[in-house]
Design a protein around this ligand. Structure first.
Ligand code: COA
Length: 335
């Protein structure tokens, strides 16, 4: 008997947002900045901060929200892939901690570290597992406690980041109309010098000196990253449209990584998309790294804007450099 080909499609979503809000007024009290500067340069008004947990708590709560909305038990999960740049520990990986916290006793899994592009990379990996036919229920989590690596004395960076977790469930479908269709993913290690955490790894282990020199925080040359991000994200988002013969009319949604509203606008412009077709929540949550894209999907699906059959392009850019775009057709029934 010949096995039927299966396609990987998103069949469930969930998220978790910490209650504590850090608004721009708060940053005016801790660094030399203004609400006006932050809004015009980044588009960010507020971001969240978790006070009662780590990245695995953000991720676990997002998966529990997903399971509740699906009326599904954690035992059913075959595999969990966690996209994060702020793991609870170097080891064990954050996926093990999420697995234990939600009681996914039949799951295996692993972490993916690709900074702001990690959710895309994890989704691509998960799709491969589902399409192989071996795994039926694969959960992809994007979770980051960015406040744990943010230097609140550095006005260039502290205003940008926030905490959140979000998750999607991937399952096989035999219907070729829906699911993940294509991707263009890229890495370039020469980007290392522009965006990194300098100390704490094997290249520069933690020491009194590294702590004193504040090397355990995000280091970023914002202007350079901005330029690379605009080009990288816009190029691959345009390329994936070309490759799949999609016009701007055909695309229902661009789901861009939420790092800076100006980067998002440039990407949409290159794709010829009107603003109404771009998912944006950077104003409310800032840059939550691996969580931005699934967070958009959850919000826009639950508020009824993301609909079954919509052509959706996900796009991201992050440290490494890492970047990419992924084309999918939304297959969940409308809420
Ligand atoms: N408030 C007020 N002024 C600030 C500030 C703040 N929070 N942060 C920086 N400035 C100042 C700078 O010191 C600089 O002053 P100077 O001209 O006297 O030196 C001035 O504002 C302009 O800084 P610049 O770096 O040119 O601003 P920018 O328009 O490039 O915006 C970022 C800065 C960080 C918002 C922008 O470069 C960016 O978003 N980069 C990408 C970051 C990113 O998304 N990274 C995540 C991975 S994708």
């Amino acid at each position: 008997m010949i096995d039927k080909r299966v396609f990987a499609t998103i069949t469930g979503v969930g998220h978790y947002l910490p209650e504590k809000v850090l608004d721009n007024k708060y940053f005016e009290t801790i660094v030399d900045t203004s609400d006006e500067w932050i809004m015009t340069r980044t588009g960010i008004k507020e971001r969240r901060m978790i006070e009662d947990g780590a990245t695995s708590d953000l991720g676990a709560r997002a998966v529990l929200d997903l399971l509740k909305s699906k009326n599904m038990s954690p035992e059913e999960i075959d595999c969990i892939i966690t996209a994060t740049v702020t793991p609870d520990y170097f080891f064990p990986n954050t996926t093990c901690l999420i697995q234990q916290k939600i009681g996914a006793v039949n799951a295996w899994g692993y972490d993916v570290n690709a900074a702001c592009s990690a959710f895309l990379f994890a989704l691509e990996s998960a799709a491969g597992l589902v399409e192989s036919g071996k795994y039926k229920k694969v959960v992809v989590v994007g979770a980051d406690k960015m406040t744990s690596i943010t230097d609140y004395q550095d006005r260039n960076n502290c205003i940008l980041f926030g905490d959140a977790g979000a998750a999607v469930l991937l399952e096989p479908t035999e219907d070729p109309k829906y699911g993940i269709k294509d991707s263009i993913l890229r890495i370039d290690g020469t980007g290392r010098d522009f965006l990194m955490m300098k100390a704490g790894g094997s290249a520069m282990p933690a020491s009194e000196e590294t702590v004193k020199n504040r090397l355990h925080y995000i280091y970023q040359e914002g202007k350079s990253v901005f330029k690379f991000a605009v080009k990288g994200m816009a190029d691959v988002s345009y390329e994936i449209m070309q490759k799949n013969n999609l016009t701007s009319e055909d695309v229902a949604w661009l789901v861009p990584h939420q790092a800076n509203l100006r980067i998002i606008d440039a990407t949409a412009q290159r794709m010829g998309l009107q603003k109404e077709k771009v998912m944006i929540n950077i104003d409310k949550y800032g840059n939550t790294t691996a969580a931005t894209i699934p967070l958009c999907l959850v919000e826009y699906y639950r508020n009824g804007k993301l609909k079954k059959g919509d052509n959706v392009i996900l796009a991201a850019f992050g440290a490494g450099f890492t970047w990419g775009s992924l084309y999918l057709v939304w297959g969940m029934d409308n809420v």
